[in-house]
Design a binder for this molecule. Structure first.
Ligand code: NDP
Length: 305
């Protein structure tokens, strides 16, 4: 088995690493460009250098169509994979899977899980994206969510985990902007029962006049993935934020980050979030410390190749 290859469900039907080590994997569609295998295998090699238990731990990548997720989860369980990461489009689908026998209470309000751990009866589900975001903000911008006024852009899956994390970490207020009102309203309805702080939504073309100055601006939209994308919000019309974090890491500098830097604002991309959500997942599987720096360097190098 080659930890740099992309495998499919049919490979899994005949999968065997007889008597060898521990297997981990990421499932997604598409998955070919995932940085997770490089990042996790580098971390496992580092752990193995001082702890022989990890010598035969490997992390693989599987291209799995959404309709094949139930079969894939059954096979991966039968073949005793220790842990899985889930990415688009499986994070939400897995929550309602009968193969997932327990969900971490902190992940339940998010309605999405990105990490599974083997259990004799099935899989246990976790969501490490919010943790990844909080650690990324701390690492790159020295900004904790506790006490922060947050302006969050987006109402998709990533915004949902970010919003729940902001509320769970004790932000001072949460203002969410999204271009499609119906998606925004659905997110606000989900968050309202969790919130004890001011929570509101708006569309980027109709800014409320009383947005807080000095907020932490977090982009959780896909605007910026392509060079031709519009800015998710115009910084000119916002009260100056304290810092800007864009969950996008490829390209490393989105138009939003460039605009923030041109205004002299501290700004960072989502690579640190990716690394920390992965580090947390690895800690869930190993139960021990994780070489986060190695994961960060590996992910950064893989991106620039
Ligand atoms: P979803 O498809 O679930 O949501 C996409 C969001 O982006 C929606 O709010 C959508 O708005 C908005 N959007 C899309 N295109 C535009 C546009 N041109 N202008 C304004 N808004 C737009 O995706 P995810 O939530 O899963 O991911 C969002 C981003 O976060 C992606 O770029 C992804 O790469 C990144 N991400 C990064 C992670 C990390 O570890 N760094 C982890 C997870 C995600 P609407 O409702 O109007 O359609």
């Amino acid at each position: 088995m080659d930890a740099t290859a992309t495998y499919t469900l049919s490979d899994l039907e005949t999968w065997s690493r007889p008597g060898v080590g521990v297997s981990l994997a990421v499932l997604g569609h598409p998955i070919r460009h995932s940085l997770s295998p490089a990042m996790h295998n580098a971390a496992l090699a580092t752990l193995a250098a001082t702890e022989p238990t990890y010598t035969d731990w490997r992390y693989f990548r599987f291209e799995v169509h959404p309709e094949d997720l139930p079969r894939a989860l059954d096979l991966l369980h039968a073949k005793r994979f220790r842990g899985l990461n889930l990415t688009v489009p499986h994070k939400v689908l897995a929550v309602s899977s009968p193969r997932v026998v327990a969900i971490d209470p902190a992940a339940r309000p998010i309605g999405a899980i990105n990490t599974l751990r083997w259990h004799p009866d099935g899989w246990e589900g976790f969501n490490t994206d919010g943790y990844g975001l909080a650690e990324g903000l701390r690492q790159d911008l020295s900004k904790p969510l506790l006490g922060a006024h947050v302006i969050l852009l987006g109402a998709g899956g990533a915004a949902r985990s970010a919003a729940v994390e902001c509320l769970q970490q004790g932000c001072a207020s949460l203002s969410i902007a999204n271009r499609t009102s119906a998606n925004l309203d659905a997110l606000l309805a989900l968050l309202a029962p969790l919130s004890t702080v001011p929570l509101r939504g708006f569309t980027p073309d109709a800014l409320p006049p009383d947005l807080p100055p000095g907020a932490l601006l977090i982009n959780a939209t896909s605007a910026g993935l392509k060079a031709t994308d519009p800015l998710p919000i115009s910084l000119k019309h916002l009260p100056p934020p304290r810092a800007v974090y864009d969950m996008i890491y490829n390209p490393p500098e989105t138009p939003l980050l460039a605009a923030a830097r041109s205004l002299g604002l501290p700004a960072a991309n989502g690579l640190s979030m990716l690394v920390h959500q992965g580090a947390r997942a690895l800690a869930i599987w190993t139960g021990g410390p994780v070489p986060v720096d190695v994961m960060h360097t590996t992910a950064k190098n893989a991106l620039t190749r």
